[in-house]
Design a protein around this ligand. Sequence first.
Ligand SMILES: Nc1ncnc2c1ncn2[C@@H]1O[C@H](COP(=O)(O)OP(=O)(O)OP(=O)(O)O)[C@@H](O)[C@H]1O
Ligand SMILES: O=P(O)(O)OC[C@H]1O[C@H](OP(=O)(O)OP(=O)(O)O)[C@H](O)[C@@H]1O
Ligand SMILES: [Mg+2]
Length: 293
Amino acid sequence: MSSEQLLKLGIPKGSLQDATINLFAKSGWKIGLHHRNYFPDINDETMKCSLCRAQEMAVYVEDGTLDVGLTGKDWILENESDVVVVSDLVYSKVSNRPARWILAVSNESPYKRPEDLAGKKISTELENFTRKYFEQAGIPVEVEFSWGATEAKVVEGLCDAIVEVTETGTTIRAHGLRIIAELLQTNTQLIANKAAWEDPWKRAKIEQMNTLLQGALRAEKLVGLKMNVPHDRVDTVMELLPSLNAPTVAHLHNSDWTSVEIVVEESVVRDLIPQLQAQGAEGIIEYPLNKVI
Ligand SMILES: Nc1ncnc2c1ncn2[C@@H]1O[C@H](COP(=O)(O)OP(=O)(O)OP(=O)(O)O)[C@@H](O)[C@H]1O
Ligand SMILES: O=P(O)(O)OC[C@H]1O[C@H](OP(=O)(O)OP(=O)(O)O)[C@H](O)[C@@H]1O
Ligand SMILES: [Mg+2]
């Protein structure tokens, strides 16, 4: 194997680490972490894996230290990194929804709109992006860098507002804060170094990885359903099934029954199964999917 045939992959250490490693496992790449070691094993001899802070990932991908990596859109924008965004992979720390960077103030404060913060102090980890946001809005504010636990700073009176990331809203609520604006929606993105993207072998490898990651992510929301339906009820059952994926219909040998198979959103199954039963469907099985491509 020549040295070119090695893809250097960056896995985000921190909030996105577990979700990312789980997604890679479903995609076919087992990443094994070792205590206090930032170079995890990966079951692909053409790949070298490094743990890297989400905040710095785009910098290392841009300069070629890494060929490809995963990080939030927020940190790519913050660093103004010149990288290829291969795809959006919409997952966060605990959910498969985007996270939001919001402007929040104390519930008791009088501030209602970003303009009300003119001349005030704003604390954030996303310093550059926040500064640009207020500059473009023509609102003069003081932006102060925060190393974390930013929500506490409004409560302690160390600043007038914060720009923070929120996913479930738990931390905002726990500190009695009020959101007055949304600055950015962010999700994980797969990014590549520009030269790596022009290298045919690396590009093919990155595209393969992207297809499988996307397939694994899509499969998380979907399940397979299989059931037997009497011939004369098939049309009625079809009307119940979401039209997203055309069902597979197979006639059972020497029988008045038909086998119907479909992929549906897991969230609809709870309501769908009783309706299918009411229409005479039997032997209904639901199964998880690893990938949907
Ligand atoms: N619930 C969440 N909390 C924090 N970050 C999240 C969450 N969900 C997704 N992210 C994303 O994870 C990435 C890394 O988050 P962040 O910058 O807070 O670093 P971290 O890994 O949480 O480390 P730290 O402990 O320094 O905060 C960001 O792109 C952020 O948008
Ligand atoms: O809306 P929620 O689901 O509550 O998530 C938002 C919180 O999660 C992150 O904290 P993190 O765990 O990264 O710790 P940090 O304060 O050190 O950044 C973020 O900085 C918020 O504090
Ligand atoms: Mg954090």
